[in-house]
Design a protein around this ligand. Sequence first.
Ligand code: NDP
Length: 452
Amino acid sequence: MTFDYDLFVIGGGSGGVRAARVASGEYGAKVGLAEESRMGGTCVIRGCVPKKLMVFASGFPAMVEEAQAYGWKIKAGAFDWRAFRTHLEAELDRLEGAYRNTLKTAGVIVHDDRATVVDPHRVRLASGQEVTARHILVATGGRPFVPEFPGSDLAVTSNEMFHLDALPKRALVVGGGYIASEFACILNGLGVKVSQYYRGAQILRGFDDEARGHVANAMQAQGIAIHCGTDVMRLEKTATGIRAVATDGSEAEYDLVLYATGRRPNTEGLGLEGIGITLGRSGEIPVDRFSQTAVPSVFAVGDVTGRINLTPVAIREGHAFADTVFGGKPTAFDHKLVASAIFTQPEMGSVGLSEEAAREQEPIEVYSTAFRPMKTAFAGKPDRVLMKLIVSQATRKVLGCHIVAPEAGEMIQLAAIAIGMGATKEQFDATCAVHPTMAEELVTMRKPVRTA
Ligand code: NDP
C-alpha cells in the first residue's frame, strides 16, 4: 500500500517538531505535520520561554536593591508591562519563525490546521482534506485544567498570563505546583500583592520536603501570603474586582485570580478511541517504552502521554521515536533521573530521589547545609540557600540532589550528569571545590546531618 506520507505528526510543539525534523531531515522520510495554533507549542508560545523571560523581568527590583548595597546610586523606576509585553510578543514571533524554518529546511510539509485521526493510517484536516501515512505521531500536548466551581469562569490560566492588558495590583494564585509557585514569584517580583492558596499541607508536593519548605519560607519572607490547607469555594465579580471565598471562611478581593491546578492531555475529539486506543483516566494516551500505542502504526510523545510533562522529555521522546521507526535504532528514552528546575525565587533544582522517597527504598545518609550566600549576605539580605545530597549507605551512590539557590537550575544540570553516571559521595568529595561559589558546598559536606 502506498501512503501520502511516511509520517504524519499531529502537533507542532517540542516533541512533534523534533520527531518530524529528525525523521525527515536525518532519515529522509516524507513527513507532514499539522498544527492548529502557533508553531512551537506550549513551551515556546505559552510556557517555558515567555515564563522565563517574565522571571528575568521580575528579578530586577531585587537586583537594584543589591546594587545599592554595593554602592551604586541607582533607583528602580516603574515597570512598563506594555513595553515588556510588546518585546515578548516580538521575541515569540521570532522563535515561531525559527521553528517553521527548521521544519522547512528539513523538508517537512506543514499544514496550519487541526487534524484528527480517522483510521490507523489516515488523518483528516479541518479543511476537509484527508491524508494517509504509514505512521502517525500524536504530539498534541496539554492544556490548563480549571476545576468547576461557582465563578470558575472568572479565573484565568497560565495561557492568559502573557497577554494581560495590565498587571493586577492584587492577585490570587491557586495551586501549589510548578506553575502556581513560579507565577506567584513572578507577580510578586513585579510588584503585585500576591496570595497563594494551596489545598495541601505544603506547596510543591512530590519534591524533597526540606527543599520545598525552604522555598516556601523564602517566598513568604518576600511577602507572598501562602495559605496551605486552603481552597477557593467560589469567586464573585464585584464592582472593584473578584471576591474569593475560601474554605477557611476567609474572603478577600483580587484584581486577578490565576488557576494553576494542573494540566490535561489534549486528546478530546482526536478520534483515538474510534481506532481502538483506550485513553487513561486523565485523557492521556497509554504508550510503551518506544512511545507506541495499542495501534501499531500510531505513536505518541510528550505531555499527551502523561509521563513526565517537561519539554526536554518530549524532545527526547520525539527523537527516540524517529531513531526507532526511521533510523533503524530502537531507542527508548529513560525517564529515570530527569532533572528539573522550578523557577521560583529562589530557584529549586532537583534530580533523583527526595529524602522521603529514598528512605522508603533503602538506608540513606543525608548531607544538607543552609547558608547565606556571599552576594546577598554582603547586601544585608537574610536569604539562605540550601544544598542537599541523599546518599545510599550500601552503594555510597548519590541518589538525589536538591538545590535551592539563585541559578539552581544551572547547577542541577551539571549535578545530574554526575548522578546519572552513578557517582558516589566519595567521588563528589574527591572533586576539588570551585571557590568562592555556592555550589562548592556540594563537594565539601563531610558529615551527614542524619541517617535514615
Ligand atoms: P502540577 O501538577 O505541578 O500542580 C498542580 C497543582 O494544583 C497541585 O498543587 C495540585 O494539588 C493542585 N490542584 C490540582 N487539582 C486541584 C483542584 N481541583 N483544586 C485545587 N487545587 C488543585 O501542575 P502545574 O499546572 O503547576 O504544571 C503542569 C506541569 O507542567 C508540571 O507537572 C510540570 O511537569 C510542567 N511544568 C514544568 C515547569 C518547569 O520545569 N519549571 C514549569 C511549569 C510547568 P495537589 O498537590 O494536592 O495535587
